[in-house]
Design a protein around this ligand. Sequence first.
Ligand SMILES: N[C@@H](CCC(=O)N[C@@H](CSC=O)C(=O)NCC(=O)O)C(=O)O
Length: 283
Amino acid sequence: METVSTNRAFGGVQGVYRHASAVTGTDMTFSVYVPPHEAGATLPVVWYLSGLTCTHANVTDKGEYRRLCAELGLIFVAPDTSPRGEGVPDDPDGAYDFGLGAGFYVDATQQPFAQHYRMWSYVTQELPALVAAHFPADPDRQSIMGHSMGGHGALTIGLTFPDRYKAVSAFAPIVAPSQVPWGHKALGGYLGDDRAAWRKHDAVALIEDGARLPALLVDQGAADAFLEPQLRPGLLRAACDGAGIPLTLTLRDGYDHSYYFIATFMGDHLRWHAARLTQQGAA
Ligand SMILES: N[C@@H](CCC(=O)N[C@@H](CSC=O)C(=O)NCC(=O)O)C(=O)O
């Protein structure tokens, strides 16, 4: 693992790192914020998954998480959103909603994407092992959040590994990719036309098929241009109500899809995560 940069921030260290990923077959860059802590301590880890067009840098530069992560003692990890580099295929038309910056946190089965587009395995297996090996991370205290496509990733990964992540939340998530244009393009392109294969990468479908969590926190901007065509939070509300999953879903008047919205409510999410990471089984 190579250190790209480190900066002192709120008594801790904001770092950017690069490594040769065996899973994606490419170099991958990610950021880690480590709060101030006692020598020898291990710390809870909050995973943040970013959305379409993002790298690790969008939330690192605009997410405004460091002050509260320093106060709460949380490590904050931000991976990239897709493989990149020589030989990595992109959307045939260069569109932003597929290919580079749009890995949708799945392991692609369709050619030519199957070789490198393995963001499910990267985020759930390879990168957690790397973080545990190089940072004072407590693997028994992990949580996950994300925005938009990253909210889709956080929900599907959290629902798949309910014993690993003590808290799962999202900002403006894609809750049912099987039912919206972004998801049709991505799941069809990466996984093929078998809709049954899409269900494990669709939060609403996972809940319909029996996945459960003790609680979910979702914030959604009411002025988000993608609200009804792509995000459709009402589908998550209906699925959680039907499954008895306590969902705190708040529509935020006047807020859009941007990092101004995320930064505004990042503190609420970090406090919600911290309460579940530091007290087993918090209500
Ligand atoms: N047309 C825009 C739209 C891209 C966009 O809004 N991306 C969001 C995530 S959308 C679903 O995952 C984002 O996080 N952008 C990065 C940012 O820093 O705001 C475009 O072409 O960029």
